[in-house]
Ligand binder design. Structure first.
Ligand code: ADP
Length: 674
């Protein structure tokens, strides 16, 4: 049976609607899968960065509080009795380690070099004499984005996608990420100045930049240009954001700083999530640049403040305040207390995926988080500088498991691969199934058409014969009574053929619906075969066939429905007749084998190829399907014969016949006469 070929536009449709979109989808999915690791890394980096921004906010806030505490507790003047005043101050707050008093001419009034001076006091004098007496400057740190605000604004104006957008929406700037907000860190000096104004204007102390915005506002209220302060604050925020988000701006601004001799220091850490930096071997540059300034320059025009100062590699944080007489009171803040208070403000150091640590100026964690794995503290996943008040300090996040991202990416990728494959398979399987169903529907439609044509043709052939013989008899054209008898027999035989054909069609629909009824009874197969051959012999011989019956030597009994067995055998004999050409022989043979009764129909016809033999018994199967095929048929004969035989507990098989032709064999279970 030829397969129904799908029309080319159906194939095109299948390709266009199923295969192509599926392939495209798969391609996109696979590309996405390959980027999974980078995607997860970015996700983690963003999450942890947000945490770090929050942590930095908490730390700067705590620094603020400490400064406020020192301002609150510092004695208004210690000139009369520094020892007693400072003792009281120390009692007032644990932050004070080494208090000092300078005259308005920057002479050290306290501590005094004497035998009663403590080791701390002596160390203060030795370490800071040059600085506090304005003989030597120290580096003063400030945020590069604040210092180069105008330059950044100029660079950011260069039209480039995202920047243009932020440019066009200045109103949204205050609502920017916390990251940018916490980046806003003014120089210690400016901070102090702002704070005092804050107090003067009665503004609430809180985190920057809301605070700063309010401060600027407060300042602006008294100032002649109310808009100016606010725009300044927005400009600063915008500069910080642009600087942080745009690498090319960073490079250019760092270059400008270097050109002006403000060498940016390198950070203590090399965050692995930022490895896209041009120079991977070196740590990134700090956002805090320094400029040497003397003490009097730092405090000029200000009332109080904090000053970070490196003594060797150790960072000291100074607090200072002017009294009414222009003297300067201050202290070195107790490092242990400072650290304890800062660390106390931070959220839990350890979570399932990351370890959070604050690293000091030497790159060591303030507190070693309680986790087993030893790690290289200088290589966090992401890190953020804390403040210009704590230069070189970082808050850093480390992955608890260095392979976390890879294993998560692998996991997700595995899952996605499985999903993509499953989807692809189901699309292809579904598509193929639809095509197959379509094809079998088309095939069925075609078979039905062929079937109708074939049935009409099969009906026509015996009808034509019957009519011909009937007319001959009616017109009396055959006077020979023997011949007349023969004609009548032929007419009966042709009628049998017609009946068989109609029975086949009816049986087919009955068998299909499972409505075929059988009446099994004891039959003798030799006899049955004899009757059959008898009924067909005349017609076969008339058509030039040699008909032979080889009965078994003994009676062969079966229990079966007589009509069913006859119909099956007649179908085989009819085929032997139809598919014979030059050698016209039909042989019916009865035998017994292993308790089974056999009825064989042999011919010397066209035979059947092994490929065709496999499909012989399928419904509607015809070796030559063309409507113009010489031998007409419905393709139902063999399938019905087999169904009938099987319903009797037997079967039908085919075998090629030696010397050419076919052998069909009906096997039925043998039975004993009761
Ligand atoms: P049909 O109505 O076409 O004869 P059948 O189911 O009886 O339907 O037979 C199916 C096909 O098997 C036939 O079309 C024919 O190609 C092949 N066939 C059946 N019997 C024979 C035979 N004796 N010799 C050769 N081919 C046969």
């Amino acid at each position: 049976m030829k397969k129904v070929r799908l029309s080319s536009h159906l194939r095109l449709l299948f390709m266009g609607a199923v295969v192509l979109p599926a392939a495209l989808l798969a391609f996109l999915a696979i590309r996405a899968i390959n980027r999974e690791e980078a995607f997860i890394e970015r996700q983690y980096s963003q999450t942890f960065s947000a945490e770090l921004v929050h942590a930095v906010g908490l730390l700067t806030d705590e620094l603020d509080r400490m400064r406020e505490e020192l301002e609150r507790t510092v004695p208004p003047s210690a000139a009369n009795d520094p020892a007693a005043s400072f003792k009281l101050w120390k009692q007032g707050t644990a932050l004070v380690r080494t208090p000092f008093l300078l005259s308005s001419q920057f002479k050290i009034l306290w501590p005094k070099v004497s035998s009663s001076a403590s080791a701390d006091e002596l160390a203060f004098i030795n370490g800071n004499r040059e600085f506090v007496t304005n003989r030597a400057g120290i580096p003063v740190y400030s945020n590069i984005a604040v210092v180069y605000r105008e330059e950044i604004a100029g660079l950011a104006q260069v039209p480039a996608g995202a920047q243009v957008e932020t440019e066009s929406k200045p109103a949204e700037v205050p609502a920017q990420s916390a990251q940018t907000q916490s980046q806003v860190a003014l120089s210690p000096v400016v901070m102090a100045e702002k704070k005092s104004e804050d107090k003067a204007s009665g503004a609430l102390p809180s985190g920057y930049p809301e605070k700063q915005a309010r401060q600027e506002k407060g300042k602006a209220l008294a100032a002649p240009r109310p808009q100016q302060a606010e725009t300044d604050s927005l400009k600063t925020q915008k500069a910080l954001k642009d600087f942080e988000e745009n690498e090319s701006i960073q490079q250019q601004v760092y270059q400008q700083a270097r050109d002006r001799g403000q060498q940016p220091t390198l950070r203590n850490v090399m965050p692995s999530a930022e490895e896209a930096r041009p120079n991977k071997a070196e740590p990134p540059e700090s956002i805090f640049i320094s400029e040497p300034k003397k003490f009097n320059q730092i405090i000029a025009g200000r009332e109080s403040g904090l000053i970070p100062r490196f003594l060797g590699e150790t960072l000291n944080l100074f607090f200072w305040k002017k009294d009414s007489g222009g003297r300067i009171l201050g202290c070195v803040i107790d490092d242990a207390v400072l650290r304890a208070r800062l660390i106390g403000r931070l959220p839990a150091a350890l979570s399932a995926s990351r370890v959070l640590a604050v690293l000091d100026e030497a790159g060591r964690p303030l507190v070693t988080p309680p986790e087993a794995a030893p790690r290289d503290w200088r290589r966090p996943f992401v890190a953020r500088e804390v403040s210009e008040l704590l230069p070189r300090w970082e808050v850093a996040a480390y992955l608890t498991d260095p392979n976390l991202i890879r294993s998560r990416a692998n996991q997700t990728a595995g899952l996605l691969w499985a999903l993509v494959l499953a989807f692809l398979l189901s699309i292809l399987a579904g598509g193929t199934l639809v095509l197959r169903t379509l094809r079998s529907e088309m095939e069925m439609a075609r078979k039905k058409t062929t079937f109708v044509t074939n049935v009409s043709h099969e009906l026509k052939t015996p009808l034509t014969s019957i009519r011909m013989f009937a007319e001959m008899l009616k017109e009396g054209r055959q006077p020979d009574p023997r011949r007349q008898e023969q004609y009548l027999d032929l007419m009966v035989s042709e009628t049998d053929r017609l009946t068989r054909l109609i029975n086949n069609v009816l049986d087919f629909s009955r068998l299909e619906r499972g409505q075929k009824q059988y009446t099994p009874k004891l039959l003798e197969l030799n006899r049955l075969a004899q009757d059959l051959v008898q009924s067909q012999r005349l017609r076969l011989e008339h058509n030039g066939f040699r008909v032979e019956l080889r009965a078994a030597s003994q009676p062969v009994f079966i229990r079966a429905d007589e009509e069913a067995v006859k119909q099956a055998a007649l179908n085989l004999m009819s085929n032997a007749e139809k598919y014979s050409e030059a050698r016209r022989e039909v042989e019916v043979e009865i035998a017994v084998l292993g308790g089974q009764a056999l009825l064989r129909v042999k011919d010397r016809g066209v035979g059947i190829s092994p490929a065709q033999a496999k499909k012989l018994f399928q419904e509607f199967y015809r070796a030559d399907e063309s409507l113009t095929s010489r031998t007409k048929g419905t393709g139902l004969g063999l399938s019905i014969a087999r169904r009938l035989a099987r319903d009797q507990g037997g079967d039908i098989t085919y075998a090629p016949r030696e010397g050419g032709g076919s052998v069909f064999e009906i096997r039925l279970p043998g039975s004993e006469p009761s």
